[in-house]
Design a binder for this molecule. Structure first.
Ligand code: GLC
Length: 742
């Protein structure tokens, strides 16, 4: 299917991308070049697909069997701007839309997609806060258990009115550009998000050290202070993998420099590496407009800076007056990647992109003038037309820079700003939140919506950035952070120190416990990353990801699933010693006690300060390794598989060297077949050549009777703990293993 026809105020083209994905493109007069900042390559047109039927000014989106999945009221250029209006039904919920505040379900909100530096999502999260740093114009509509999706690929300004003005209407308009909409027919959320990831690109596998705990601060002011923090972690036996250099390592905030408080950066990073720490340095786009500054000089030679009229535009950020690299051009990205080598020669392992909306203190609008011109790969575009892609294009340059330094290693790049597809270049952190309970709670919805918007690798500043944290908030937030894909503690200049040891021994122990749990769970988390890298499945998932037919799951925004098996219910209120937890349909086991619950019900979870309520789905197989102080000490020689019975289940174990791009791997499906009593564990034949675990230590839970354990037919010795209701034993790894617990 590939049709061209007239549409209100312009011409439209309809094509099928996949059987379940339609594209509607419309232009006022002539179609521009078909180039996207989100999509690298479109697949060839598909056949036998979902379809779109126009009736007057309205239209209907039909799935493969002709069922109406969306009713459109309008599509075209009625008031000059490209607009689409879709009818909402009473119970529709709207999820996704990348990074926005205001709760998980966006129904009833108006959001403007226009990347902006909002200092602190403000202390309270208020409904009027319309824009944030990242814009992903992709939303999922969940209607009575059936999902469909919409993506409008346009990096200009968009307004998504999701039933805010007219309760029964989703109205999206863009200020510039074409109508360029992808409809995802669904019906499963999983199918839609995988397609979206296929379209906009998947997160490449990060290095394992990127999954450890990271410590940041604005700023560690001296080389000695950085080393002191590192030593503290090791002395206190609190695992940590990375320390960050915020802007105060630079000479007058000149990008890619070190000041005299960091006189020997290469020595510092070497010392840090000896302790097992990687160093990540901040890189802001604005280049100080100092004629003596080499980066500026070489940038001028490259004609690398964004222009307004004939002149380079000069704005203002931390360094004072700055010029902004025109990252939309390949030659500029290559130049930037070359400049970045200063950092890598000094031993910096990862790059942290900030202020890349880009932020500009010189204007009230906080960014570049809208008439600045970018020399993009499809010709000149005004800033107004391509604003939202600036951060992603910068992240692309940074990634190229890291790869240039270490071509065989998986880069670690973090960004504040981005557009759809940003996950190909960097992980996203949610910027300047505040140290308060509301922001802790809202971070869950933000990360869940980012996760279903194609960005599985994401995190919030743990402990909160603005304002001073307190012990209880830090403890609770560290426990939550330990289960989010990116786990970094960060705080603002002038706030109270927020490292794990800053609030007394009790909180230190709570933080240590949270981080230790993270390191023990690394093989589980790593396998989820492997899956996300292969098919876009989020690591951190809303309950409705697996239970989209259950209305209570669709309404629950203060819990999440890490993978399919682990339900995390963080404490989000001060002083709380317990919380109510909604358990989805099925059987669930309490992690902390030998209690089992029927799902589709609320339970009361005890939650003293040292405990985050966790539940395992019946049939769960979760791998653990011993605590390491950093991932350099990671060992999967002995892997403990904890199994929670009550249903069949499976898990795909994944391991590799943690860093190589095209290295060897070891992947193996492990299955639990539930029998009453006991069950059967089957290890399917592994694939890949990476070294295999030597020993599987198995802990089967909820075994209340004396059980016999047979490994490949022969009885083996097993330890039984009656109070804990577990049976534990070890088997040597081999190609074929079948274990019967009877
Ligand atoms: C921005 C960033 C923050 C950083 C600060 C100084 O506010 O969001 O993380 O610490 O700039 O670089």
């Amino acid at each position: 299917m590939r049709k061209e026809f007239a549409i209100e105020g312009g011409r439209a083209r309809l094509s099928a991308i996949w059987p379940d994905v339609l594209r509607l493109r419309a232009a006022r007069e002539k179609f521009g070049p078909d180039r996207s900042f989100a999509i690298d390559r479109l697949p060839p047109a598909a056949k036998g697909a979902a379809s779109l039927a126009f009736e007057g000014t309205g239209f209907k989106v039909l799935d493969e069997v002709g069922r109406v999945i969306l009713s459109g009221r309008e599509a075209g250029f009625k008031v000059g701007q490209p607009t689409i209006a879709i009818e909402l039904q009473e119970r529709d919920r709207i999820f996704g839309l990348g990074e926005t505040t205001g709760g998980m379900n966006k129904r009833g909100l108006v959001r403007e997609l226009w990347n902006i530096d909002i200092l602190g999502h403000t202390k309270a999260i208020y409904p009027g806060l319309k824009s944030l740093y990242v814009s992903i114009p992709f939303a999922i509509i969940l209607r009575d258990g059936r999902a469909c999706g919409i993506f409008w690929d346009n990096p200009g300004r968009q307004v998504w009115d999701m039933g805010g003005t007219k309760g029964d209407e989703l109205r999206v308009s863009a200020e510039t550009g074409e109508l360029n909409i992808y409809f995802f027919a669904g019906p499963t959320v999983e199918g839609i998000v995988k397609r979206f990831a296929e379209l906009t690109g998947r997160m490449p596998m990060p290095p394992r050290w990127g999954l450890g705990f990271h410590q940041c601060r604005y700023s560690y002011m001296t080389q000695e202070r950085v080393l002191e923090v590192a030593r503290n972690f090791r002395e206190k036996q609190i695992p940590c993998d990375a320390l960050y250099l915020d802007i105060d390592h630079m000479r007058g905030y000149r990008v890619f420099t070190f000041n005299n408080k960091f006189p020997r950066p290469a020595e510092m990073t070497k010392d840090l590496a000896a302790y097992g720490f990687r160093t990540v340095a901040i890189v802001d786009p604005g280049v100080k407009n100092d004629p003596q500054f080499g980066v500026l000089q070489r940038g001028l030679q490259e004609n690398a800076f964004v222009k307004r009229g004939k002149e380079d535009y000069v704005g203002r950020v931390w360094p004072g007056r700055v010029k902004f690299p025109d990252f939309y051009r390949k030659s500029v990205r290559q130049w930037w990647a070359r400049e970045q080598q200063v950092l890598h020669r000094a031993g910096v392992a990862g790059v942290w992109n900030d202020m890349n909306e880009p932020a500009n203190f010189a204007l009230k609008t906080k960014t570049l003038p809208l008439d600045c011109v970018h020399e993009t790969e499809i010709g000149p575009k005004t800033h107004l037309e391509v604003h939202n892609a600036y951060g992603s294009e910068m992240a692309k340059a940074s990634r190229a820079g890291v790869l240039k330094a270490r071509p065989t290693e998986r880069p670690f790049v973090i960004t504040r700003d981005g557009y759809a597809g940003v996950q190909k270049h960097a992980l996203v952190w949610t910027g300047d939140n505040s140290s308060n309970w509301e922001h802790l709670a809202d971070s869950i919805s933000m990360l869940l919506n980012l996760s279903v918007s194609g960005v599985p690798f994401c995190g919030a500043d743990v402990g909160g950035f603005l304002d001073s944290c307190n012990g209880e908030l830090l403890g609770r937030w560290m426990m939550l952070g330990a289960f989010t894909p990116f786990f970094r503690n960060h705080s603002n200049i002038g706030t109270r120190d927020q490292e794990p040891w800053c609030f007394g021994e009790e909180i230190e122990a709570v933080c240590r416990g949270a981080i230790q749990m993270r390191y023990q769970l690394l093989p589980y988390i790593y396998a989820l990353f492997d899956r996300a890298a292969r098919d876009g499945t989020p690591i951190m998932r809303p309950l409705w990801w697996h239970y989209q037919n259950d209305p209570q799951c669709a309404a629950t925004q203060d819990e999440f699933l890490l993978g399919e098996s682990l339900l995390v219910a963080p404490v989000i209120q001060p002083g709380a010693q317990a919380r109510s937890v909604y358990l989805p349909p099925g059987t669930w086991h309490d992690f902390w006690s030998p209690e089992t619950f029927r799902g589709r019900a609320h339970v009361l979870a005890e939650a003293p300060l040292s405990r985050i309520p966790l539940y395992l789905k019946a049939g769960a197989i979760v791998p653990f390794v011993p605590v390491a102080q950093h991932t350099g000490e990671y060992s999967a020689e002995t892997v403990t598989l904890q199994i929670w019975p009550g249903a069949d289940g499976s898990f795909e174990f994944y391991d590799d060297d943690g860093i190589s791009i095209a290295g060897e791997f070891y992947r193996r499906r492990i299955e639990w077949r539930d029998r009453d009593p006991g069950g059967v564990i089957r290890f399917h034949p592994p694939t890949g050549k990476w070294k295999a675990p030597k020993v599987w230590r198995i802990i089967a839970h909820r075994i209340t009777r004396r059980a016999r354990v047979l490994a490949n037919g022969a009885e083996i010795e097993a330890h039984r703990d009656r109070d804990m209701e577990i049976v534990a034993f070890e088997v040597e790894n081999s190609r074929d293993i079948e274990i019967v617990i009877a």
